[in-house]
Design a protein around this ligand. Sequence first.
Ligand code: CP
Ligand code: NVA
Length: 306
Amino acid sequence: MTQHLLKMADLTKDEIIDLLNLADQLKYNQKHGIPHHLLEGKTLGMIFQKASTRTRVSFETGMYQLGGLAQFLSSRDLQMGRGEPVQDTARVLSRYLNGIMIRTFEQKEVEDLASYGCVPIINGLTDYAHPCQVLADLMTIREYKGAFDGLNFCYIGDGNNMCNSHIVGALTVGMKVSIACPEGYRPHPDVLKFAEKYGDMFRISDNVQEMAANADVLATDVWASMGQETEAADRRKAFQGFQINDSVMAAAKPGAMVLHCLPAHREEEITTKVFEAHANEIFDEAENRLHAQKAVMVKLMGPKDI
Ligand code: CP
Ligand code: NVA
């Protein structure tokens, strides 16, 4: 296991499977009241430069259940928010904490934190990647479908942080990936380059019906991400038709599951009808943030023999 979790490409297939197995075990322990204080006495700092419901609460609760302490560090209150360089922040926080989770804009800031600090860094979302979410999504897919090999994964919408991380995660674990997204809103070039290595396991097009055909798993995300609020009107036009709706579900395999990282914008990227029909999967996915992140924290900050 790498020292940090900065993006999905940091993980091999075996490492992902290992993390998901641990997440399943921790979920079982939590559901059955079996104590698992694997991070007794450890502290996690959580730096937030963007809003959050799930990430903040699941990390804080997860750390508590593991016997450790999580500290919420809003960038509004940190000296970082007044211009203290990330290099200095990293070196100071490394003296107090056993790990840092950061949610910010630029991926470079997360990479800098990792190179200047000397504790594990966890990416809690950047404009480029959302690895914690995709680990929870993979955990949920395995719960519902049993295994990854041979599954068709389809993502419809913006080539954003979620799309980037879905592509890398899904290909790494052995799923076929089809992406439907408009020209001009494609995934990051590094991710497209990564996907090239997988030959015909990967397809991308602006044809939603074609990409959704035969899908076992359908995923989508908001058309305008945090930080893109001023582009929202243009994006609403550009993404017309890039929606999970009845006709997409009809193209997918019968029994296909639907994932959404949340928050969702009903009637934009997903209809209310499809969202509610698949609410069990979507809220299991949200719950699995807790279990998957506990596994990440244990692997990065916990006893070496786990
Ligand atoms: N899915 C997700 O990361 O949610 P939050 O923005 O609420 O943390
Ligand atoms: N793409 C969304 C994901 C939110 C969890 C955003 O970055 O706002």
